[in-house]
Design a protein around this ligand. Sequence first.
Ligand SMILES: [Zn+2]
Length: 153
Amino acid sequence: MDVISIAGAYQGLKAVKEILTTAFEAKVDAEVKPKILEAQGKLGEVQDVLFILRERLSELQQERDDLKAKLANAEAWQSQADQYELTTTPGTAVVYRYKGQPDHFACPSCFNKREVHILQDNKLMAGTYRCTGCGFNYRVKSPTHFNPRVYGT
Ligand SMILES: [Zn+2]
């Protein structure tokens, strides 16, 4: 059942109430009139329940749509996240490494917020990579690997 079906049922009840009103106003036996009034009262109660059901159904459909959107977002994120694995770099930073190509690292802090920010080589600070999202620096490569003159390898 959907909102349109409930609206149709509601209109059907309204039509029956109108027919009963017409019957009530016609020349009918006095004993019938209380029964007509009782029937109209019952129909009114059913209309009230239908109105509440229609509102509730509409709310539930909205919630369903919101949950579908959240699920789609969660699935999209999981699909992206599955392409990374947590790793410890030679510089001892714990970051996410892309499993495919081109090889790169992603910031674990931003990753936990469901954002992938690729770490960029700082150049000036040997071996460190900077997150383009939060600005944190990670020691990705060992300093000796980058600047043998300073560290004397
Ligand atoms: Zn970050």
